[in-house]
Design a protein around this ligand. Structure first.
Ligand SMILES: Cc1cc2nc3c(=O)[nH]c(=O)nc-3n(C[C@H](O)[C@H](O)[C@H](O)COP(=O)(O)O)c2cc1C
Length: 350
């Protein structure tokens, strides 16, 4: 798929994936991805140019969040700031001021993306219009949409996507849901991949809970074009995560993560901790408001060497997590998957 030799997409991970990770993954034969949603338009253009220069003809993927400009009510922001004040005080942070920017402007990022034309572009949190998709296609960019339900996957096929990511609720990080509520869109990776394979004509990339080669083999045996894998790369030297987050990821079980809105206002899967529990019943403003308001808090918490107020994004495959380079993770996953597929073929051949 898309000129790769190994059916693995190293998942885009804002705050964790780096150009070094994407380059290493693509050089290994997988599709390397950059979580670029946090980049200002000028930086986005530079990053795409640098990644292309490093990879030559090899494919890579640039990922953005499809967002409308945020227009929060003053009262909503004031209440959210009040809720966070005790946590800021505990970390010795000054009184919060209203952020200058809630999130990067998607329309401006999109113009840069069209201009820079990376080999592949993937999207989450929303869907492109048919016009936007046509602009990318005219530049030869392959379009990949994130779906959490069959209806979302069909919508992506409808606007002309070249592939869809079937993102099960096992996935680490944010839910990409955009048609109905997240509560109504919690489908597991196997069921969603199977439904997408049955009803779509475009390649399906399975994502969520693929922590080892066994799980990758399962989705490839079903007919998925690739597995998109995020959590398994978090402990690599190419990962940008903080030391306390790294420490928390060790020796975790598949039931240690929760879906929470506490950190960003949008449901995301991360390891259980104090902030996640204490905010569970609170009234939290939507993404990107809460995300912007907790940014400084999370950075200060990590700087203090603590993890009790950190968003510890991780998927249900966290139990299989080991420390290795991005290149070794790709090659180990692929070797394990091939061995599992061969064993299954032997076991069940008649
Ligand atoms: C720390 C973290 C950050 C993520 N950020 C993004 C992102 O910026 N854009 C995106 O489309 N998906 C993002 N994801 C989802 C991954 O690309 C991938 O689909 C997911 O990790 C697959 O599930 P797994 O974690 O169980 O392997 C993120 C996942 C994690 C763990």
């Amino acid at each position: 798929m898309f000129g790769t030799t190994i059916p693995i997409v190293q998942g885009p991970m804002l705050g964790a994936s780096t150009p070094a990770m994407a380059i290493a993954a693509s050089r290994s034969g997988a599709l390397g991805s950059l979580g670029a949603a946090g980049l200002a338009p000028a930086a986005l253009g530079q990053t795409i140019a640098q990644t292309r220069e490093a990879l030559g003809e090899k494919p890579f993927n640039i990922n953005l969040f499809v967002l409308e400009p945020a227009r929060p009510e003053a009262g909503q922001v004031a209440r959210a700031m009040e809720q966070l004040a005790p946590y800021r005080a505990e970390l010795g942070l000054a009184e919060q001021t209203i952020p200058n920017l809630w999130a990067e402007d998607f329309a401006s990022q999109f113009d840069v993306l069209v201009e820079a034309a990376p080999p592949v572009a993937s999207f989450t949190f929303g869907i492109l219009s048919a016009d936007q998709a046509a602009r990318l296609k005219a530049r030869g960019v392959k379009i990949v949409g994130t779906a959490t339900t069959l209806a979302e996957a069909k919508a992506w096929q409808g606007v002309g996507a070249d592939a869809v990511i079937a993102s099960g609720f096992e996935s680490g990080g944010h839910r990409g849901t955009f048609l109905r509520s997240v509560e109504e869109s919690l489908v597991g990776t196997l069921a969603l991949t199977s439904a997408c394979l049955a009803h779509l004509d475009i390649p399906v990339i399975a994502a969520g809970g693929i922590g080892d080669g066994r799980a990758l083999a399962a989705v490839l045996a079903m007919g998925a074009a690739a597995g998109q894998i995020g959590t398994a790369f978090l402990l690599s030297p190419e990962s940008a995560i903080s030391a306390p987050w790294r420490a928390e990821l060790k020796d975790k079980s598949c039931d240690d993560s929760r879906l929470t809105r506490a950190f960003s206002g949008r449901y995301a899967r991360g390891l259980d901790n104090r902030f996640l529990r204490e905010m569970a019943e609170k009234d939290i403003p939507p993404y990107p408001i809460q995300n912007a308001l907790t940014q400084e808090l999370r950075a200060a918490n990590a700087k203090a060497g603590r993890s009790d107020m950190l968003s510890l994004w991780a998927g249900q495959g966290v139990h299989a997590l080991g420390e290795a380079s991005t290149a070794d993770i790709v090659s180990n996953l692929w070797q394990e998957a091939r061995a599992a597929l061969a064993q299954a073929a032997n076991r069940y051949s008649t």
